[in-house]
Design a protein around this ligand. Structure first.
Ligand code: BGC
Length: 264
């Protein structure tokens, strides 16, 4: 049974990887979907087509989540097309890796702008829209799902901008959950581990790289984007109505200090 019929979701960064899988999963679960992208229109169109081919509703919308005017335009397009927004999946994110002393201010700023400020701007517009609309077909006034990472917890040398952005997402999400809970706005995070996407292609695309990566994953499988899409639908649905302010780790156990498994 479809869990999200009659609801509308905006998924940021949905032209590839985890965002695309979440957009498709939400669309197949009955939600109208705004497939946001920054540059890859072909990927966004593919997600829209996949949803439409299964009888769902979706549009693609280009917006840089770190720019307030573009975020506002995206929410306006969602409301104009589908009437309101019920679910925000704050997914857009990127990496610009460098050793610390080589990291430019521009690369630090770029990652923080997209990964953290982008989530702030989209969450703010979502909350304003939830409040304008009032209660509708869900137990909650609205749902916000922040895409975090195991690196909200696990420090990551060579990626300080990325790890700092995800640490920021953790406390932004929890602070929002504390503030918005009384309004029946449900706020949570998904923290993926290593999922096969373009962002970490070099970490899994050769057998040697994959073997190295699997040492960090007790469950001995690199994740697939559908692993996250499934959790996203459930977290957006009323089945998880009492989950609020939580980070759901979807990581095959990457956060279990795997180096200790044979350190007896
Ligand atoms: C990163 C990936 C990495 C994974 C596990 C994710 O947040 O974007 O590049 O493979 O964490 O380290």
């Amino acid at each position: 049974m479809q869990k999200l019929v009659g609801q509308t979701a905006i998924v940021t960064g949905a032209s590839s990887g985890i965002g695309k899988a979440c957009a498709i999963a939400l669309g197949l679960d009955g939600a109208n979907v705004v497939v946001n992208y920054a540059g890859n229109s072909a990927g966004a169109d593919e997600a829209v087509e996949t949803i439409k081919n299964e009888g769902g509703n979706a549009i693609a919308f280009k917006a840089d989540v770190s720019k307030q005017d573009q975020v506002k335009a995206m929410f306006k397009a969602a409301v104009d097309t589908f009437g309101t927004v019920d679910i925000l999946v704050n997914n857009a994110g990127l990496q610009k890796d460098a050793r610390f002393t080589e990291m430019s201010l521009a690369d630090w700023q770029f990652v923080l702008d997209v990964n953290l400020t982008g989530q702030f701007l989209c969450a703010q517009e979502a909350v304003r829209e939830f409040q304008r609309r009032g209660m509708s077909g869900s137990k909650a006034l609205g749902k916000i799902i922040c895409m975090s990472s195991v690196h909200e917890l696990i420090p990551w040398a060579g990626h300080v901008n990325y790890a700092a952005s995800k640490g920021g997402v953790m406390l932004m999400m929890k602070s929002l959950a504390q503030e918005l809970g009384p309004m029946k706005i449900r706020v949570n995070s998904i923290a993926p581990g290593a999922i096969k996407t373009p962002i970490n292609y070099s970490a899994w695309h050769t057998p040697e790289a994959e073997a190295r990566l699997l040492k960090l994953i007790p469950y001995k499988r690199v994740g697939e984007t559908e692993d996250i899409g499934n959790v996203c639908c459930w977290l957006a649905s009323d089945e998880s109505d009492y989950i609020h302010g939580a980070t759901i780790f979807v990581d095959g156990g990457m956060t279990l200090y795997p180096g200790f498994e044979d350190n007896g």
